[in-house]
Design a protein around this ligand. Structure first.
Ligand SMILES: [Zn+2]
Length: 199
């Protein structure tokens, strides 16, 4: 972001496919806030327990303490009066009320930085993300590299069978793919090692 607003709250959304560096970007922005000695609070949904239940962790192992929540509404109850910036990771797993909660925070004068998958594995808009993207002042769409052809990738190819929208364990279960290489159907790989070999 080039010019930060003053005397008002606002919403930033960092979205993109898996392996696009969303959490990395979220952590980077939040750390800059900490360097400026401003108070932050970080939240994520309870469903995401891939690495740690009380930390936001990027693929390159940068981490920040955070609070796992069953619902986005809890943020309003847990908000510390000192907090100036709220970070929320894995936003796609929250309910439809996430955009309302984030709007309420921004209306109170807070800077809210949200990260999440904009598309599910079928390439469909994911949970509360479309509304969140619409109400945000600033949107950053990150891209990964397509693991088939090397194009910029904004979709997440599922590699294991099963129809559930939520499937945790992304390193083994997904690849970043471009539009041309992505399929809404799961594409199980012959070798589990190949599937796990993302970089
Ligand atoms: Zn491709």
């Amino acid at each position: 972001m080039h010019h930060m607003p003053t005397n008002t709250g606002w919403i930033e959304v960092i979205c993109g496919s898996m392996f696009s560096g969303k959490t990395e970007e979220l952590i980077s922005r939040l750390k800059r806030v900490l360097y400026a000695h401003r108070a932050i609070q970080v939240f994520k949904p309870l469903t995401d327990n891939r690495y740690a239940t009380c930390e936001v962790v990027s693929h390159s192992d940068h981490r920040l303490a955070c609070r796992p929540l069953a619902s986005a509404r809890e943020i309003l109850d847990l908000l510390d009066p000192e907090t100036e910036v709220v970070g929320i990771d894995e936003c796609q797993f929250f309910g439809a009320d996430l955009a309302d909660v984030v709007q309420a925070l921004a209306d109170q004068g807070l800077r809210v930085i949200c990260a999440g998958l904009d598309l599910d594995y079928k390439g469909e808009p994911f949970g509360p993300m479309p509304r969140l993207l619409a109400v945000a002042e600033f949107v950053t769409k990150k891209h990964a590299v397509c693991m088939i052809c090397g194009n910029p990738a904004h979709r997440s190819q599922r590699l294991v069978a099963g129809g559930a929208q939520v499937l945790i364990g992304e390193r083994e279960s997904y690849q970043a793919r471009c539009r041309g290489c992505h399929s809404a159907e799961a594409e199980p790989l012959a070798s589990p090692k190949l599937a796990a070999g993302e970089k």
